[in-house]
Design a protein around this ligand. Structure first.
Ligand SMILES: *Cc1c(COP(=O)(O)O)cnc(C)c1O
Length: 349
C-alpha cells in the first residue's frame, strides 16, 4: 500500500536543470542564471546581518521587500505579495484557485512547473500550442474558460514576448485569474505591470532570480489587487520568506542601477551571440529574455548538447515534442559565449 495520494504516486516530479557541484569548472548556460554578481549593496546587507534577525521569526509578509517594490514600481505596498521565489507564488495561486475538475490553461511549450503544480491539485490541465512563430493562442485560451490562465512573457524556452494589447484583451475576456509570469521582464522591451490597475483578475509575477542575479536567495513577488493578494495570502506558509532573503532582497530591489547595468550587458551579449549563431547556420528565435532558443543547422540538438557537456559547457535540452531539435542557451559573459561559439563552430562543421 502506498503512503501517498494516488495522484502523487502517478506524478512525474519536476526536473530542474542540472546543477554541477560548486567548484566544478563548467560554463553553465542551462538554467538562465545571470552571469554577473548581485548588487554590492545587497551583499553589504548580508555581511552586516545581526544575530537578532536570525533568532527571531521574520516578518510574515516580508514588509521590507513589499516597501522596496512599492517604491521602485510605484504600486501600493498592499498590492504586493512576496514569495520564496516566484515558484512559491505559483504554488499559492494553484492551491487557492484550483482543485479537482477546475481548469488551468496556458500556451505550450512553456515552464514545465505549471503542469506539476496543477497536477498536485488534480486540476484539469489544458495546454494550448503556441503558433508556429510563438504567437499566443488567445482565442483558444479565452474559450477554455479556465479558473487560471497563465502566460509566461517573455516565455521560456522560446524567449518570445506577448504584446500588452494581447494581454489586455485576454484579461478582459477571461473570467478567472490571469497570471502573467514576468520572470524575464527585466530583459524585455516592455512589461505588463500597468494591467494590474486596469484588471481585477490579473496578477503579475516577478523574480530576483534572473535580472537581479539572486537565484540562490529565493525571492519573488506578485503584484495584484488587494482582494487577490488576500485570497493568496490565506494559503501561504506563515513565514514563507526568511529574514535573510527579506533584507538582502529589499536592498537588491532598491539598487536598480546595478540591475540595469547587468541587464544592459546581457542584452548587448544576447545580440552578438544571436548574430554569431546565425552565422554558423543556427535558426535563432527572437528573444526578449536572457537566453536564446536555437535550432542547429542539422537539427541534431541532442548530440550537440551531449558533446558540449563533455567539453564542460552546459546548455538546456528538452526531450519533448517541438523542442527535441532545439537547444535553450543562457546568455553568458562575452568570454563564456566565445568559448561556446568556438565549440559549436567545431561541432556543426
Ligand atoms: C525562472 C522562472 C521562474 C521561477 O523563478 P524563481 O523565482 O526562481 O522561483 C518562474 N517562471 C519562469 C517562466 C521562469 O523561467
Amino acid at each position: 500500500m502506498s503512503l501517498f495520494r494516488q495522484e502523487i504516486d502517478k506524478l512525474t516530479a519536476y526536473m530542474p536543470g542540472e546543477q554541477p557541484p560548486p567548484g566544478t569548472k563548467v560554463i553553465k548556460l542551462n538554467t538562465n542564471e545571470n552571469p554577473y554578481p548581485p548588487s554590492p549593496k545587497a551583499i553589504d546587507v548580508l555581511r552586516g546581518l545581526d544575530e537578532q534577525s536570525l533568532r527571531l521569526y521574520p516578518k510574515p509578509y516580508a514588509d521590507d521587500v513589499r516597501e522596496a517594490v512599492s517604491d521602485v514600481l510605484n504600486v501600493p505596498a498592499e498590492w504586493v505579495l512576496v514569495g520564496n521565489g516566484s515558484d512559491d507564488l505559483l504554488t499559492m495561486i494553484m492551491r487557492s484557485a484550483l482543485w479537482s475538475g477546475k481548469r488551468v490553461a496556458y500556451p505550450s511549450p512553456t515552464y514545465v512547473l505549471y503542469r506539476t503544480l496543477a497536477e498536485i491539485q488534480q486540476a484539469d490541465v489544458l495546454e494550448v500550442p503556441f503558433g508556429e512563430d510563438y504567437s499566443v493562442p488567445s482565442e483558444q485560451l479565452v474559450s477554455a474558460g479556465a479558473a487560471v490562465t497563465i502566460i509566461a512573457t517573455p516565455n521560456s524556452p522560446s524567449g518570445t514576448a506577448a504584446s500588452n494589447d494581447l494581454l489586455a484583451g485576454l484579461a478582459g475576456k477571461c473570467r478567472g485569474l490571469v497570471v502573467i509570469d514576468e520572470a524575464y521582464a527585466d530583459f524585455a522591451d516592455d512589461n505588463a505591470m500597468d494591467l494590474v490597475s486596469r484588471f481585477q483578475n490579473v496578477i503579475v509575477l516577478r523574480t530576483l532570480s534572473k535580472g537581479y542575479s539572486l537565484a540562490g536567495l529565493r525571492l519573488g513577488f506578485g503584484v495584484a489587487r488587494p482582494d487577490v493578494i488576500e485570497g493568496l495570502s490565506k494559503v501561504k506558509d506563515s513565514y514563507n520568506v526568511d529574514a535573510v532573503a527579506c533584507m538582502v532582497g529589499a536592498a537588491a530591489i532598491r539598487d536598480q542601477a546595478h540591475k540595469d547595468s547587468n541587464v544592459h550587458k546581457v542584452k548587448a551579449s544576447r545580440k552578438v551571440l544571436s548574430e554569431r549563431l546565425q552565422d554558423l547556420g543556427f535558426r535563432v528565435w527572437p528573444s526578449q529574455a536572457n537566453f536564446l532558443l536555437v535550432r542547429p543547422p542539422a537539427g541534431d540538438a541532442e548530440s550537440i548538447y551531449q558533446s558540449l557537456k563533455q567539453r564542460g559547457i552546459f546548455v538546456r535540452y528538452f526531450k519533448q515534442p517541438r523542442l527535441d531539435d532545439k537547444l535553450r542557451i543562457t546568455v553568458g559573459t562575452d568570454e563564456q559565449n566565445a568559448v561556446l561559439l568556438d565549440a559549436l563552430g567545431e561541432l556543426v562543421k
